[in-house]
Design a protein around this ligand. Structure first.
Ligand SMILES: Nc1ncnc2c1ncn2[C@@H]1O[C@H](COP(=O)(O)OP(=O)(O)O)[C@@H](O)[C@H]1O
Ligand SMILES: O=C(O)C1=C[C@@H](OP(=O)(O)O)[C@@H](O)[C@H](O)C1
Ligand SMILES: [Mg+2]
Length: 182
């Protein structure tokens, strides 16, 4: 039996990048722009465990969170025509990187450390990975994850633009790529 390879236009789009760069906010807007369903993996984990992410970490532990994260990314990255936002730690798992890079268009939302640290106050309350860490520790974590994010298909550097402006830019660049390559 011949298995037809997915066209670029059919592939799901996956957003990766460090906590707080805007994967959830921008992913949702890109999905609206493209009339696609939006899947936020953290939201799916919360639904499965019936509790918010910080409680999953506290009550079930990070390994249980990571296992469910892997299971759900495997499920959705194998589907077409979705927009999927991962959590910032997901790409540290090789199996997640492989399934996304082999089946989807992976967009890296990149942000320089100096801009990112201005956003930290928005994140502390519901990002368990940041809690109890000094700014120096967080900076080390930020840089230690860059190697995993280096595996992607497309990158946008996040500056001062609004989520809507960034989402429109991404939507237009996707549409241009679809026209160019098909
Ligand atoms: N382009 C942006 N400009 C200003 N604030 C933003 C932007 N994108 C996201 N935010 C804010 O930053 C925080 C983290 O955004 P979120 O989408 O949850 O990021 P992630 O999913 O990458 O962790 C939220 O409070 C969101 O409103
Ligand atoms: O970077 C991480 O390890 C995490 C990032 C979070 O998602 P966002 O990147 O959407 O904040 C969430 O998955 C969890 O708190 C762990
Ligand atoms: Mg998110």
């Amino acid at each position: 039996m011949m298995i037809k390879e997915k066209s670029l236009r059919e592939k799901s789009i996956v957003f990766i990048g460090f906590m707080g760069v805007g994967k959830t906010t921008i992913g949702r807007l890109v999905a609206q722009n493209l009339y696609r369903s939006f899947i936020d993996i953290d939201e799916q984990i919360e639904k499965k465990f019936q509790m918010p992410v910080p409680d999953v970490f506290k009550l079930l532990g990070e390994p249980a969170f990571r296992e469910k994260e892997k299971e759900l990314v495997n499920k959705y990255a194998n589907q077409s025509l979705k927009v999927i936002s991962l959590g910032g730690g997901a790409f540290m798992q090789e199996e997640i990187r492989d399934v996304c890079l082999n089946n989807c268009t992976v967009f890296y939302l990149d942000m320089p450390w100096d801009s990112w640290k201005e956003r930290i106050h928005l994140l502390m309350a519901d990002r368990p990975v940041l809690q109890g860490r000094s700014l120096e520790d967080i900076e080390e974590l930020f840089y230690s994850r860059q190697a995993a994010y280096a595996s992607h298909h497309s990158k946008v550097t996040i500056g001062k633009d609004s989520p809507e402006e960034i989402a429109d830019y991404i939507t237009n660049s996707l549409k241009t790529a679809w026209k160019l390559y098909e």
